[in-house]
Design a protein around this ligand. Structure first.
Ligand code: NDP
Length: 324
């Protein structure tokens, strides 16, 4: 274990929430360390073009957007630490963070922006065609499938919502679900069932995402290899796009038992703030939001977290000065 480094505010996570929090906190004259984690830049670094982030009239590539956000935060003094936080101690202040390099850091305030990860099927071709026909976010990528045939895999509310959203663009949306019964709420299921653009393939699982490489070198998805779990029949069904919608998992394992969370593991924040159940620890972005999950809403809540943390630090510092 090496020497402990101290910072005013430690930000865990480097997606739009974490980097916006870093920008605001650094501009507010706090020393800021951003722990970039094992996916610097977060989920946007695995998307291609982002067309719905305000300020970029012609769209911007996800990795480039995150690079700009990082540089903007660095310009005001925030520093990136390319390490993964693997343990935290929120029982006493300053808070302690331990990273995968076995280094110790302390912080007067902590902002958690570790995000959530879309659950994936883990079958052949899924990773290879991610961003080239395979997606886990209809709001992000649906627009690219105008008048095309797309699949949505899953049977919960997320799958219904994604399928309904995609009907705005796609010529046909096929929901592929592994059972006959749906986990989705009745109202969402009914709404999807009533939509004429949506077709259903049930008791069926995806065995493989099949694609091709065009002469230009661009990869694209062309079909899904499906297997009916009842009769074992296997066939290739042509699709231009496939949206995996089998749920999200908030990245909160290291905070279990240390912060209040809901049943799905999302960090609970106090109404209209980013305050968590531990004073001095704040949470922003997808790690505390399973509803909106957008880069812009994550960035907005990152700004809120920086303001909440800075104000809280000013209050405790002022109280400490008064009591001296
Ligand atoms: P859920 O866990 O509710 O549903 C996941 C679905 O994916 C299930 O149908 C499940 O099948 C299927 N699935 C899981 N793993 C696999 C796999 N490996 N292969 C194939 N299928 C798989 O997750 P959601 O994201 O849909 O919802 C999470 C929470 O968020 C819920 O409480 C939901 O109500 C809420 N939500 C609410 C919305 C709204 O109100 N507008 C919108 C979106 C979500 P099986 O059923 O067989 O297990």
């Amino acid at each position: 274990m090496t020497d402990t480094r101290h910072t005013d505010i430690a930000i865990i996570g480097s997606g739009p929430a974490g980097l916006t929090a870093a920008l605001y906190a650094a501009r507010a004259q706090q020393t800021v360390l951003v722990f970039e984690g094992n996916q610097p830049g977060g989920q946007l670094t695995i998307t291609t073009e982002v067309e719905n982030y305000p300020g970029f009239e012609h769209g911007i590539m996800g990795p480039e957007l995150m690079d700009i956000m990082r540089k903007q935060a660095h310009r005001f003094g925030a520093q990136s630490v390319y390490e993964q936080v693997v343990a935290v101690d929120f029982d006493k202040r300053p808070f302690t963070l331990v990273t995968d390099r076995d280094r110790n850091y302390t912080a007067d305030a902590v902002i958690i922006a570790t995000g959530a990860s879309a659950k994936m099927l883990g079958v052949p071709g899924e990773a290879a065609y991610m961003g080239y026909g395979v997606s886990a976010c209809a709001t992000c990528d649906g627009f690219f499938f105008r008048n095309q045939r797309v699949a949505v895999i899953g049977g919960g509310d997320t799958a219904m919502e994604e399928a309904l959203y995609l009907t705005r663009f796609a010529s046909e949306v096929v929901v592929i679900h592994r059972r006959e019964e749906f986990r989705a709420s009745k109202i969402m299921l009914l709404r999807a069932k009533q939509n004429e653009k949506i077709r259903w393939i049930t008791s069926t699982v995806v065995e493989e995402f099949i694609g091709e490489t065009l002469p230009s070198g661009i990869r694209r998805l062309v079909a899904l290899r499906l297997r009916n779990v009842r009769d074992g029949k296997i066939w290739d069904e042509p699709f231009d796009g496939a949206f995996v919608a089998i749920g999200h998992k908030p990245n909160t394992d290291i905070f279990r038992g240390k912060l209040a969370m809901d049943d799905n593991g999302y960090i609970i924040t106090e109404c209209k703030s980013t305050r968590t159940s531990v004073e001095g620890v704040f949470a922003c972005g997808d790690v505390q939001d399973h509803i909106y999950r957008q880069a812009i809403t994550a960035a907005g809540s990152g700004c809120m977290a920086a303001i909440d943390a800075t104000r809280w630090l000013e209050t405790i510092r002022h109280t400490a000065e008064v009591s001296v």
